[in-house]
Design a protein around this ligand. Structure first.
Ligand code: ADP
Length: 614
């Protein structure tokens, strides 16, 4: 048996003994004083009520029966017998039993109610939430332990006070509006600021529920408050630190942000935006301030872009320059997204990035690449000098031959003007051809910025093939050219494209030189791929590409040759990429390597040289 049950048993034994003694004493006293049955019944009832406050329904019922027995034995005729002589006595005894039973049940019910209320109050005290109940005039009628702990006032100090006066409540909206919502929906939720007993402020999330009588009359309001001051502080702290991080990130990335309300021209700048434009953050930014700092050559364009954005309400993205008062130039990239704000008016939210460093680096890189491309052309020309000599020699030899023939025709007894004319025309045509070859070589070595024009890939490949004729002969390479018909034209710089194919062909010839076996083949092929792009592929019968090199071929200065510079393929790639294309290399399934370039096409067919394709 556990301790609780033992204590309960002890209590019951004590109660029963003292109950029996008390009832015995009452019986003796009433008998001795010759009290009537009515008086004794009344005294018994008093004792039973007292005893039922002390314990359960069962013991009170047992005491009632005991009292009824005593009434019958000692106070009802015939005395000292359980018999009942008169009917009215029988009725009196029954009334006593029923009354005592009813009183016992009533007491029990009251006790249970009290216990339930005490339990509920205990539960409400257990919660950490602050719970209070106010009547309809906002006077506090209940104040739990959570409220005592949060606000510092004891229950007895708080009860009877007007809640919002005691707590100096700051409401987010008027109290009348809260009352109105409460009576309409039965609920209200919101954040309140209260002042504690020690004068400090506390922010609470407050939930109000209206309690109504069965007839629907409002009785009281149950208020539950949660202290959210800590959370609020943490949120504020987070917001502050996020703002700091953002400002730091903007400073590091040289990116400022801005907002622009089109309707009233209102402009908002982040600190970094002020820094970029070189203005004091105290000044209110305006469109005029932007234009004032814009480079004079860009002002008209920027103005037009502003106006266009304001009228169309579309996102914008542009680059322009700033001219600072100290004469330095900044390059900016501005991107903005159009949004509609709460009032339904147009707004732009955007970023301004200072791209000066990147732009200058880009310019330098472009210059370096152009210089490298020129150097590489000069070097390729060195390789080609023999080929050039061969090319120029041919028309020169033809001119000499035609000149000799011309002289012969003139020395005839009967001059033959038609033959002489044909010889002279032949000489002129060959002279032109030599001149064209010289012009082409000059353009190859000239330092030029790329000049894109509409051209056919087949045409460029044919030119390169004729340039490398001599090289091919001396290296005993069998060159095959396979041109696709109806290729679309493309926009490209002729010289640069020639240079790319030339580099690939010379690399192919050098690769073939590395192998000793009989097969010395080089194939230049053009085609159109499934995306409609034009492709040129240069395939050789050399040793192919080693797996470990495949990812480095296009890196600048990557070479496996003792006298190589490793710039050829890297320049090829930068040229092709500048044309919006792609270049890649792979080992051919059978043997050797394939280098391929694909370039976007213009969508019109190359009908200029139909004879070249097959
Ligand atoms: P370089 O010819 O001066 O070495 P490139 O950039 O033209 O510079 O070529 C880089 C490297 O790519 C070469 O050294 C070679 O190893 C490899 N390569 C180029 N073309 C071929 C080819 N057709 N077959 C095998 N390897 C090649």
């Amino acid at each position: 048996m556990n301790a609780d049950r033992l204590a309960r048993l002890r209590y019951l034994v004590m109660l029963w003994i003292s109950g029996c003694i008390a009832l015995g004493a009452v019986t003796w006293a009433c008998f001795a004083l010759r009290c009537g049955m009515a008086t004794t019944s009344f005294i018994y009832l008093m004792v039973i009520v007292l005893l039922s406050f002390l314990d359960s329904f069962v013991s009170s019922t047992v005491f009632s029966i005991f009292c009824a027995g005593c009434l019958n034995y000692f106070f009802t005729a015939p005395l000292f017998s359980f018999r009942v002589a008169h009917t009215q006595d029988f009725l009196a005894l029954a009334t006593f039993l029923i009354t005592s039973h009813a009183i016992t049940a009533l007491v029990r019910h009251t006790r249970r109610l009290g216990e339930a209320q005490r339990e509920q109050a205990r539960l409400l005290d257990l919660t950490h939430d602050t719970i209070l109940v106010t009547d309809m005039t906002r006077v506090i009628s209940y104040w739990n332990r959570g409220a005592e702990e949060l606000y510092g006032w004891k229950r007895e100090e708080a009860i009877g006070k007007v809640a919002h006066q005691l707590l100096q409540t700051i409401f987010p909206v008027a109290l009348d509006d809260i009352n109105e919502q409460l009576s309409r929906t039965g609920r209200w939720e919101g954040e309140l600021v209260h002042t504690k007993r020690d004068g400090s402020k506390v922010v609470v999330a407050s939930r109000w529920s209206l309690q109504r009588s069965e007839s629907g009359r409002p009785l009281a309001t149950l208020v539950t408050n949660n202290d959210i001051s800590e959370r609020r502080r943490a949120e504020d702290e987070l917001r502050r630190s996020q703002a700091e991080y953002l400002a730091e990130a903007q400073r590091l990335s040289l990116t400022g942000s801005f907002g622009w309300r089109v309707s009233n021209g209102e402009l908002f700048w982040s600190d970094q935006s002020f820094r970029i434009f070189g203005y004091d953050p105290e000044i209110t930014p305006s469109r005029e301030m932007v234009l004032q700092r814009t480079h004079p050559d860009d002002v008209a364009r920027v103005k037009q872009l502003f106006e266009q954005a304001a009228t169309t309400g579309r996102d914008f993205d542009f680059q322009h320059r700033l001219l600072s008062p100290d004469g330095s130039i900044k390059h900016l990239h501005v991107v903005a997204h159009a949004v509609i704000d709460e009032q339904g008016s147009h707004k732009f939210v955007g970023a301004i990035q200072d791209i000066t460093a990147a732009t200058l680096a880009d310019e330098q890189l472009r210059e370096a690449q152009t210089e490298l491309a020129r150097m590489s052309r000069v070097m390729a020309l060195g390789e080609l000098s023999a080929s050039i000599a061969h090319e120029v020699n041919q028309p020169l030899a033809a001119i000499v031959t035609s000149g000799a023939a011309c002289l012969r025709w003139l020395g005839h007894a009967t001059p033959q003007p038609d033959e002489v004319r044909a010889c002279v025309q032949n000489m002129m045509a060959n002279g032109k051809r030599a001149g064209e070859i010289v012009r082409r070589i000059r353009t190859l070595t000239k330092r030029d910025t790329p000049q894109k024009m509409r051209l056919g890939l087949n045409e460029v490949v044919t030119e390169v093939a004729s340039l490398v004729q001599h090289q091919v002969l001396t290296h005993r390479v069998k060159l095959r050219v396979k041109l696709a018909c109806g290729l679309p034209r493309l926009a490209a710089d002729r010289i640069e494209l020639q240079q790319v194919i030339l580099n690939l062909v010379i690399n192919g010839i050098q690769a073939i030189d590395e192998t000793d076996d009989g097969l010395r083949e080089l194939l230049i092929e053009t085609r159109q791929d499934e995306d409609g792009w034009v492709v040129v592929a240069v395939q050789d019968s050399g040793p192919g590409i080693k797996a470990e090199n495949v990812n480095h071929l296009f890196d600048p200065f990557f070479t496996t040759k003792s006298d190589g510079m490793g710039m050829g393929l890297s320049i090829c790639r930068s040229i092709i990429e500048a044309h919006g294309g792609r270049v890649w290399a792979s080992s051919h399934a059978a043997r050797g390597a394939v280098f391929q370039c694909s370039l976007p096409a213009l969508g019109e067919s190359d009908l200029t040289e139909p004879a070249r394709c097959r």
